[in-house]
Design a protein around this ligand. Structure first.
Ligand SMILES: [Zn+2]
Length: 324
């Protein structure tokens, strides 16, 4: 009998809403992603496991898809209670190994990007304080089993191939069950929303890393690689199962093409900043979405620069764009 996969939706204090923890019942009991380090999330996880006749103490392996709080936050508590071994891709293991410092560096990188792209001081300070306040929702357990791209993990009755799919973050990993055509995809591919290509510090890089990572270009490459896989059912980090991954990937690629053309429409001969374009596109954007909007716009501008349709200029610590 095939190993059973059961997603348990867990509440989060984030705008995204519930996050899915996928319970894997193979010879080994494993969880993939566990939600933020927040008491209501833990209570929901305990309840969900009880519904399967399981307890947190029974968990033997904990697989993590990527570095975001809403996926790794409870990991340390679960390890402490169960002794579960943590499984992570190479990039995520590097992120976890540096603990709180990884979060600090990533915050500092985001702050630098906001300065470079024309975000005002007050917004930067507000976002920096909010980011810091979120740190306790995370955790940084050491990875006991580190998987390189295309490594396999045998859970007994289920073999998962780990595929590195950076873009939404530098650490995204998809776990593929080739035999049954099932994949656990984290936030790499979501049904109800387009995953943000969040501008993060590359793992192990200095905060002032040059050149800046090109997250949307990377993400689209990752999506194309996933579209080439044979998948019957994809289990995402949020929302319902994906049963038409190729069509969904195409929809995401088309959506980014459209947004790119719209952003080109906001470029002129006169230089403009990413922040100004973001404000024209989304005039009523809440402050907590400013960095995600910046990541989106920067990503599309990278594509336009590659295509020779936009020009990036930098002077006195400010990056601006013009039409080519
Ligand atoms: Zn995420």
């Amino acid at each position: 009998m095939a190993a059973r996969l059961t997603p348990i939706p867990l509440p989060t204090p984030f705008r995204i809403g519930d996050v899915n923890c996928v319970v894997i019942e193979a010879d080994v009991l494993a969880l993939v992603d566990v939600g933020p380090n927040d008491p209501p999330t833990l209570a929901a996880l305990e309840q969900g496991l009880a519904g399967l006749g399981r307890r947190i103490e029974d968990v033997e392996l904990l697989l993590l898809t990527h570095q975001h709080y809403d996926h790794v936050g409870l990991a340390q508590q679960i390890v402490d209670r169960s002794g579960a071994r943590v499984v992570a891709g190479r990039a995520l293991s590097g992120f976890l190994a540096r603990g709180e410092q990884s979060l600090e560096d990533d915050d500092a990188f985001a702050e630098l990007q906001m300065h470079l792209h024309g975000v005002d001081e007050l917004t930067i300070r507000t976002l920096r304080d909010r980011a810091r306040a979120r740190h306790p929702l995370g955790s940084s357990p050491a990875a006991d089993i580190v998987l390189d791209d295309d490594d396999s993990l045998d859970l007994g009755g289920l073999v998962l191939r780990a595929l590195h799919r950076p873009g939404h973050s530098p650490t995204d990993t998809v776990f593929l069950d080739e035999q049954q055509g099932r994949a656990i995809v984290g936030d790499h591919l979501l049904r109800h929303i387009s995953s943000n290509p969040v501008l993060h510090l590359p793992i192990g890089a200095p905060v002032a890393v040059q050149p800046r990572p090109r997250t949307l270009v990377t993400y689209l490459d990752s999506l194309r690689a996933t579209a080439a896989l044979d998948i019957v059912e994809a289990y995402p980090g949020h929302g319902s199962l994906v049963t038409d991954h190729r069509a969904l990937v195409q929809k995401r690629i088309d959506g980014h093409e459209e947004r790119k053309e719209r952003i080109l429409g906001h470029l002129a001969a006169e230089p403009t900043t990413v922040r100004a374009i973001g404000q024209e596109l989304w005039p009523k954007l809440p402050v907590d979405q400013v960095y995600l909007a910046l990541s989106e716009v920067v990503g599309h501008l990278d594509m336009l620069v590659d295509e020779g349709r936009a020009i990036e200029l930098e002077s006195a610590g400010l990056v601006q764009y013009t039409r080519a």
